[in-house]
Design a binder for this molecule. Structure first.
Ligand SMILES: [Zn+2]
Length: 94
């Protein structure tokens, strides 16, 4: 009986990867670091504060636009995109 009670109170989270629509300006805890394919200039996109994903579908491919920053010395202003997959999951706190 004691064993059954313990089993009933167990909490388990099953990750199913459902598609969930994000906000109009969805921040995620990630900074994307890149090197421009045209001029080699290094840059980054901070999705946790300055930048965001627009209406991402969590669990689905998202085209993230990157550009060689304007105003930076040596930047060529080249624009391109990379495919990323934003994920929204849940885990038990330690
Ligand atoms: Zn560049």
């Amino acid at each position: 009986m004691e064993t059954e009670e313990m089993a009933m109170s167990e909490v388990r989270i099953e990750t199913v990867g459902a598609e969930v629509e994000g906000a109009k300006r969805q921040h995620v805890g990630a900074i994307v670091h890149f090197t421009c394919p045209e001029c080699g200039q290094a840059g980054s996109v901070d999705l946790s504060s300055e930048d965001y994903l627009a209406h991402p579908l969590f669990g689905e491919t998202y085209d993230l636009d990157l550009y060689c920053w304007e105003g930076r010395e040596g930047a060529c202003q080249h624009e391109w995109s990379v495919e990323v997959i934003p994920r929204l999951t849940l885990e038990l706190a330690p």
